[in-house]
Design a protein around this ligand. Structure first.
Ligand SMILES: *Cc1c(COP(=O)(O)O)cnc(C)c1O
Length: 400
């Protein structure tokens, strides 16, 4: 198998050559019948011609295929690409983004430790930190991450990790990742960033000093709404530690077929991510100027409170945004949502199809949680013609 760095050396390409990573890195034609598309190695276990061969493979169980819960050639190929995309030494592919977050956190804490996490992280990250880990005496403080000093203030002698999610996927608050990483380094605290929103194309937290990067590969990386998977990327040492521990024991692996679908999705990542970002900008500006829209949350709009930081830290802004509809009541928000033709009512995002998700579907307007307003609707701008999407939004807003 062609290692990331040796491949780059051999071909004289630098790591900025995205198309090489997406289309060629990690693919070994000699091992796959010289097929142009690498075959799916749909096998649970692997055999060796003699005891010496098996012994040698067992000694390098994390690199050589022995059993697919550990290493599978199709999965390994995708791991190489994902590590290179995140400027990381290594990466693991999981059966979901939540599994990647769980392994990335469980791998580095023990009973008695403390974690500092941004408030309003992804819902199942909040569940892990707020409900599951306290059972094992690991405590988390959720803080306003828009000011990096809040991480310093919340840190205690037993703080092991800072968990960031910049931006988050509902209201898009950012953290200054470079500043947070610097505060962590002073104290020997490990940093993890959920980078699902930006994908490795638009933000690379490791370049800003973050130790571990997690993704829901379900979103842009696979990009076709047909696989749930996750990624954890970091130094060789950190990834090896998680692999030998939580990856192997929890066993939340993707199937070789799912890994192959992710690889197929990666072929068009660059095209898809830029198309979605281009269209999102048009849609965000259209919505901002619309009289039936009170607020548009999208970090690259000049009106966004952390616009300056977003421009500094992110190369581009992705296709996910939220709006507050200028509605008198929840019924008017529902009319808007039910009238939309081109935005499917569904969770998740990052696929080819535009989506909508109203807060009203989960927040009881009679008992507001104070966290999310009832008039908030999350919109994901997919690969459709943006003019068609804007026409659709306009006719639905007329019903508010
Ligand atoms: C979807 C998502 C996750 C969880 O990923 P799954 O693949 O659904 O488990 C985590 N973080 C963010 C920001 C997400 O959008």
């Amino acid at each position: 198998m062609c290692g990331y760095l040796s491949c780059l050396k051999r071909t004289g390409m630098d790591r900025a050559d995205l198309s090489f990573i997406l289309n060629h890195l990690g693919e070994d034609r000699e091992a796959g019948y010289r097929a142009v598309v690498p075959p799916i190695v749909q096998s649970g276990n692997f055999t060796y011609p003699n005891v010496a061969g098996l012994r040698a493979a067992m000694r390098q169980e994390f690199d050589r295929p022995v059993y697919t819960r550990g290493a599978n050639p199709t999965v390994t190929m995708v791991r190489r690409k994902l590590a290179a995309l995140e400027h990381a030494e290594d990466a693991l592919l999981f059966g979901s983004g939540s599994a990647a977050m769980a392994a990335g956190i469980l791998g580095f804490v023990k009973a008695g430790d403390h974690i500092v996490c941004v408030k309003k992280p992804y819902s199942w990250t909040a569940k892990l930190l707020g409900h599951l880990l306290p059972r094992f005496n690991v405590e988390t403080d959720f803080i306003d991450g828009t000011n990096p000093e809040n991480f310093r203030k919340a840190a205690r002698p037993n703080t092991r990790m800072f968990i960031t999610e910049s931006p988050n996927s509902v209201t898009f608050e950012l953290q200054d990742l470079r500043a947070v990483a610097a505060i962590a380094k002073e104290r020997g605290i490990l940093t993890l960033c959920d980078n699902s929103y930006s994908s490795p194309l638009f933000q690379n937290p490791i370049d800003l000093g973050i130790d571990l990067v997690a993704h829901s590969g379900t979103k842009y990386l696979n990009g076709h709404s047909d696989v749930v998977c996750g990624v954890l990327a970091g130094s060789r040492e950190h990834i090896r530690q998680v692999m030998a521990g939580e990856f192997m024991t929890l066993g939340a692996i993707p199937s070789p077929h799912d890994a192959w679908l992710v690889m197929r999705g990666l072929r068009t990542l660059e095209l898809r991510a830029h198309r979605s970002a281009d269209s999102a900008e048009k849609v965000a500006r259209f919505l901002e100027a619309h009289p039936k829209v009170k607020q548009v949350n999208w970090p690259f709009l000049e009106s966004f409170p952390q616009h300056g930081l977003a421009k500094r830290q992110m190369k581009r802004c992705a296709g996910l945004m939220s709006i507050r509809v200028a509605a008198a009541d929840v019924a008017a928000v529902e009319r808007f949502c039910d009238t939309l033709q081109r935005f499917l009512l569904a969770v998740s995002w990052g696929g080819y199809e535009s989506l909508q998700f109203p807060t009203a579907a989960v927040v009881d307007p009679a008992a507001p949680s104070g966290e999310l307003p009832w008039d908030l609707v999350r919109l994901y701008v997919g690969l459709e013609d943006p003019e068609v999407l804007m026409r659709d939004l306009d006719q639905a807003l007329a019903k508010v």
